[in-house]
Design a protein around this ligand. Structure first.
Ligand SMILES: Nc1ncnc2c1ncn2[C@@H]1O[C@H](COP(=O)(O)OP(=O)(O)OP(=O)(O)O)[C@@H](O)[C@H]1O
Ligand SMILES: [Mg+2]
Length: 248
């Protein structure tokens, strides 16, 4: 698995400074979560790991080597899952393998195995509009997993889901991570989700985004959301985001 690192990274779009002196290291197989206010540069940072964005200054590294561009070992999963509406589940998930020239028989076997893993066995022939939001997100995850990348980069993957599906998907994600040992970087607005999933949590300031706090979540899994350690960590994040309280 790959380790990922941003070293003294600054990023500007024209005169707009988006990231300021970001230092962040995700170890191989670690589950890192980034939280921060809207517009603070979280997606921009994640896109750097995906090779879709470059730093204005500083270094973006995978296993200590500069990231030069997109790489099938590092796959991004978005909130709007961007499935092809005219392709079946099977054809959506198999798309990357098709591009890679994998033969039909192997493709089908790998697609079926990964659909089974995300709980979508039997839905091969469905079209995206025939699925629920949670199922569509599972298809997006399956599409990322089928190429067996070392790194999953998840940009608010559950932002569009209802609360119940979201909790269920968090459990599925943890299971998947534990079963594969992949390096994970996930962005979320949901503080509970961060505490539930993460090994380490990076809290970012409003734009220009800086890392204002790195927290370690070392509670055993599965985590009890009402345990003292959980509640304390949630409070620490809210304090550093400055949203823990208000005056009337
Ligand atoms: N390609 C681009 N060109 C110009 N400005 C950009 C570009 N991409 C991002 N930005 C700007 O960078 C800032 C940070 O955007 P980014 O998408 O990284 O924020 P974010 O933390 O992911 O926000 P959100 O939580 O709302 O998704 C925004 O002000 C945005 O307008
Ligand atoms: Mg974003």
């Amino acid at each position: 698995m790959q380790s990922l690192e941003l070293k003294q990274v600054n990023k500007s779009f024209g005169s707009l400074q988006v990231l300021s002196d970001i230092n962040l290291k995700v170890e191989k197989g670690e589950f890192a979560v980034i939280v921060g206010h809207s517009g603070c540069g979280k997606s921009t940072a994640l896109r750097m790991f995906a090779g879709l964005e470059t730093a204005t200054t500083g270094e973006v590294l995978a296993d200590g080597k500069p990231i030069a561009g997109p790489d099938p070992q590092r796959v991004m999963i978005f909130q709007e899952h961007a499935l092809y509406p005219w392709r079946t589940v099977e054809a959506n998930v198999g798309f990357g393998l098709e591009l890679a020239g994998v033969d039909k028989k192997e493709k089908r076997a790998r697609v079926n195995a990964v659909l089974d893993k995300v709980g979508l066995d039997g839905f091969q022939r469905y079209y995206p509009h025939q699925l629920s939001g949670g199922m569509r997100q599972r298809v997006a995850i399956a599409r990322a997993l089928v190429v067996d990348p070392e790194v999953l980069l998840l940009d608010e993957p559950y932002g569009a889901l209802d609360a119940i599906t979201r909790l269920q998907m968090q459990n599925e994600l943890i299971k998947l991570w534990r079963g594969t040992g992949k390096t994970m970087v996930l962005i979320t607005h949901d503080i509970d989700e961060a505490v539930y999933l993460a090994d380490s949590i990076y809290v970012m300031s409003p734009r220009p985004g800086r890392i204002i706090q790195k927290l370690t979540a070392d509670m055993p899994r599965p985590r009890a959301r009402n345990s003292q350690a959980f509640v304390d960590l949630r409070q620490q994040i809210m304090d550093s985001l400055d949203i823990g309280t208000y005056s009337i």
